[in-house]
Design a protein around this ligand. Sequence first.
Ligand code: KIV
Ligand code: ZN
Length: 532
Amino acid sequence: MSITDSSPVEIVAADPNRIIIFDTTLRDGEQSPGISLDQGEKVEIAEQLARLGVDVIEAGFPIASQGDFESVQAIARSVSGPVICGLSRTALKDVDRCWEAIEPATRRRIHVFIATSETHMKHKLRMTPDQVKAETASAVAHARNYTSDVEFSPEDASRSDFDFMCEVLQIAVDNGATTLNIPDTVGYGMPAEYATRLADVRNFVKGDYIISTHCHNDLGMAVANSMAAVHAGARQIECAINGLGERAGNAALEEIVMAMRTRSDYYGGIDCAIRSEELARTSRLVSRLTGYAVQYNKAVVGRNAFAHESGIHQHGMLSDPSTYEIMDPAAVGQGETKIVLGKHSGRHAFADRLKTMGYDLSGDALDSAFTRFKELADRKVELSDADLEALVAEEIGDTVHYAFQLVSVDCRGGSTTTPTATVVVTHDGESMEATAEGGGMVDAACQAIKMATGVHGTLTGYTVHSVSGDVDALADVALRFNVDGLSMPGRGLSTDVVEASARAFLNAINRIVRVQKSGEDPTKVARPGSLR
Ligand code: KIV
Ligand code: ZN
């Protein structure tokens, strides 16, 4: 099954076993505490989602901020394949703004929502049920004037009075909604109960529409609820990479897809257009850019999802992998893909390899990525695909023109002597050196960088992630630096954790200097809020 130019409604009409995968990593996922992606990073994720084969990308909530609006618009302009969707409240100006952001896309969807549970109407909206009905009618009709693809969600559906919710849903369909999404906004539903609610909606609400799931994971039921709903007739699943989303998150896309594929016998032959071999890579990209680590034993994309430790299991695996594996690791992109690129590889081979991985770099971006590749390959014999992904993320996700460049960082000391670091940085061709002591090597390097650059502030967060998990893995450092209330993230990659930290620290400083000098909107230079 593949993505076509048809609308989701046409796709499902042509094949009732086809499930529409609606990805909300960039909207609900981006609302996770501590995550703030900049425009370049959002576009990078959206491009990977298109490569993965999602049907719909919910790119953001355009009315929420100027940054959100511009990111949705940038995605609508540059990402082809999936339908580009924007979220909108029922106010007509929200709908207008949403349309303005998604208009450049080839296929567009407006997703209108309003709460229908008593508690939300009373305490949040301060609206009467009649007002909610009127708002639904006007917003959906207005959206429908812009596009034939309109989704409607009664927020907090699983705690809403069923009859009232159906009245609102009927109004939405009568005014042109083509997808009805039933959000379990607070993760309250149980699989059989949620499935029954969806089946009942289909019986009560008349018209032509696709019914959709949107499940939160507060009780760890998001995937189970979504799959139960599919059994009850849902043909769209809203989900997010690595299960990102508000609070405990949304249903994890990778789990949904592999449950559907692995147990298609149970689900009666349903399928979707996802290229599952891209799952692991998409998960790594999202994890790297958001700073949300993937737990080791996470289903499908966790580092240990296909690891076998006990002797009995290893023995079984050696005689036949089907003894303990229900999925082929290669089918989710977790196969062993060591590349032969090393320090002797040329620019051409490097660019070619990136191209097969889907990165089309040229000009300055390719030059600087190749220079970094050579530096790293000099120290690490083999670079895996995961290493290359991290390298590209460091190079092209970065929109900063560096003011300061790291030349070297040398550390001395250990458990018995005070750690000391000497750093050399350049700025506009001028070289600056400073030496400082610290509580540890990383601290000493950061102190020395502060002295060399003259930029002082507080380090408010720090995480280090090993790219491949081996002893010789590249260290990927994410940190946050605060200068006079302006907090900026920074990232750095190296075979050495102190050097990766120094690079990340300088990256944050450069962003701060750039914002201070230009008065630019900080959200446009901000990198992941990886630090919680
Ligand atoms: O959880 C929720 O209810 C939502 C809606 C906006 C669909 O995210
Ligand atoms: Zn949600």
